[in-house]
Write a protein that binds this ligand. Structure first.
Ligand SMILES: Nc1nc2c(c(=O)[nH]1)N(C=O)[C@@H](CNc1ccc(C(=O)N[C@@H](CCC(=O)O)C(=O)O)cc1)CN2
Ligand SMILES: Nc1ncnc2c1ncn2[C@@H]1O[C@H](COP(=O)(O)OP(=O)(O)OP(=O)(O)O)[C@@H](O)[C@H]1O
Ligand SMILES: [Mg+2]
Length: 204
């Protein structure tokens, strides 16, 4: 167990370095390719309720996806995590314009303030699709996140509370593909990972 945590920590550091070496044009190019793949994906097109993250600088850029979700009239939910725990809710975002008015957390992520009373995906009809961020992925659908367990815990709650569990798609730069990711029992397997090139991975 301790060695898995150490292996995860080492791989996280390595992946952060690898991603930070990508230039802005390269990140933009890969983000556009992944976005195109997602927008033409059957699961995306059929989904009415979608959870999407507001990307950090080292993640696939989700701006065009957010615009498309609203253009298509789908319901959009974004993470609101609680610092110091592994609790995260997916809360309703009503328009793309709202994003720029959201406060920035100490980890530099835009998200609604805790005092705001917002529609929560899990109590108002669940989710059809969860777009999942992460630092690294392997072909089995294993995922390495940022080490706080927010998505693992959230997806576990989806399974407990929802009759239909959401489909999960991770969005990643090619550089985030690893030969294998060390995992424990609480790590959730992602249904599918979208990369730039012809490397898509399906796990069902
Ligand atoms: N765009 C985006 N939003 C997201 C996530 C994500 O991975 N991406 N999350 C997915 O979980 C949640 C936030 N989780 C996070 C977990 C760790 C760090 C982070 O930067 N940690 C520092 C070290 C923190 C510390 O130990 O004090 C670091 O990595 O340098 C950021 C976000 C919810 N929102
Ligand atoms: N379903 C769960 N319930 C309770 N604790 C969990 C759950 N999943 C993970 N954790 C705990 O969260 C911590 C971080 O887990 P892990 O190292 O897998 O993070 P991660 O998957 O990289 O992060 P994230 O999911 O936030 O992107 C671990 O201590 C783990 O035991
Ligand atoms: Mg995990």
């Amino acid at each position: 167990m301790a060695s898995i945590h150490a292996a995860k920590r080492a791989l996280r550091a390595q992946l952060k370095q690898r991603i930070s070496a990508l230039s802005d044009p390269e990140k933009l190019h890969q983000s556009q390719a992944v976005t195109q793949k997602l927008l033409s994906h059957k699961r995306y097109q059929a989904a009415q309720r979608i959870a999407v993250f507001l990307n950090m600088p080292d993640e696939i850029q989700t701006g065009d996806i957010l615009h498309d979700i609203f253009r298509q009239g789908k319901a959009c939910f974004i993470p609101r995590y609680q610092r110091g725990s592994n609790h995260m809710d997916m809360v309703r975002l009503n328009s793309v314009e709202e994003i720029k008015n959201l406060p920035v957390t100490s980890w530099n992520i835009r998200q609604p303030g805790e005092e705001e009373c917002l529609e929560e995906a899990l109590t108002t009809g669940g989710l059809d699709l969860v777009l999942v961020p992460g630092l690294g992925f392997d072909k089995e659908g294993h995922r390495l996140g940022r080490g706080k367990g927010y998505y693992d815990t959230f997806l576990e709650r989806c399974n407990q509370q929802l009759s239909a569990k959401p489909y999960t798609i991770a969005l990643a730069f090619q550089e985030q593909l690893c030969t294998s990711i060390p995992v424990t029992d609480s790590d959730f397997k992602i249904d599918e990972i979208l990369f730039t090139e012809d490397l898509e991975i399906e796990n069902n």
